[in-house]
Design a protein around this ligand. Structure first.
Ligand code: GTP
Ligand code: MG
Length: 223
């Protein structure tokens, strides 16, 4: 699943501007700066597939990334030797999965209007996407679940959209604290109806938890 290339294919700022529902989707949600875009890059082993930044509010749209089935050399079958140096054209299978990087929620400094617009977009998308197989709700391992996260979990529970909580930036904690936060977070979500009963601890920086995370996604997309 994560061996081949992935491509940016679409960006939406409005709920009526989503791409067609083709293939299965998984989405990454979380507070601003929690590490959504970094985790997508780590999963796909592409440094700059999703844009990251140390200042919150980097991702301002729903960004859709599709798995590339294979690449077709330009001018294949024709004579043009000049054209053969052009970039190959990506081909996507109808069943290719899509990863969705979302704007962060809860970052007041971008202004009230943007926060409201992003929050609406995020909640509307999460509620109404029939091909959305699972949402990964990212939580900073140092901070745990906050009220704004709780609101998103509530939306997902109400809409019966399956989600898994993933702790990010695990490298910022000592091993004992990593275990503590993983268990404490699990305790908080274990009674929620749509929550997958396992909390993953990851680090995009060290790669910790990434094989487990890739395997978990693989199982969801194989369902
Ligand atoms: P928005 O798009 O603004 O919502 O942010 P985001 O959730 O996409 O976060 P992004 O991936 O842009 O990362 C935010 C900051 O956290 C960057 O400075 C990253 O370098 C840092 N960061 C991301 N992942 C990790 C990690 O695993 N460990 C550490 N220590 N820092 C990380
Ligand atoms: Mg981002």
């Amino acid at each position: 699943l994560f061996e081949g290339p992935w491509d940016f294919v679409w960006a939406s700022t409005k709920i009526d501007d989503l791409p067609p529902m083709v293939g299965q989707e998984i989405a990454f949600a979380g507070r601003s700066n929690v590490g959504k875009s970094s985790l997508i890059n780590a999963l796909t082993r592409r440094n700059a597939l999703a844009r990251t930044s140390h200042t919150p509010g980097r991702t301002q749209q729903l960004n859709f990334f599709r798995q590339v089935e294979h690449e077709e050399p330009v001018g294949a079958g024709s004579q043009g030797s000049k054209r053969s140096r052009e970039k190959p054209v990506p081909v996507y299978s109808l069943h290719a999965p899509t990863i969705v990087d979302m704007p962060g929620y809860g970052y007041a400094a971008v202004g009230k209007e943007k926060v409201a617009a992003w929050t609406r977009l995020i909640h509307d998308y999460l509620r109404g996407r029939a091909n959305l197989m699972r949402v990964y709700v990212l939580i900073d391992a140092r901070h745990g679940i906050k009220d704004v996260d709780g609101a998103v979990l509530e939306t997902l529970d109400k809409a019966a959209v399956s989600y898994q909580v993933v702790l990010t930036k695990g490298d910022a904690l000592k091993p004992a604290d990593q275990t503590f936060m993983t268990e404490a977070t699990f305790d908080e979500i274990k009674r929620r109806p749509a929550a997958f009963p396992e909390v993953l601890l990851t680090s995009s920086e060290t790669g910790a938890g990434m094989p487990e995370f890739r395997a978990a996604i693989g199982r969801v997309l194989a369902e």
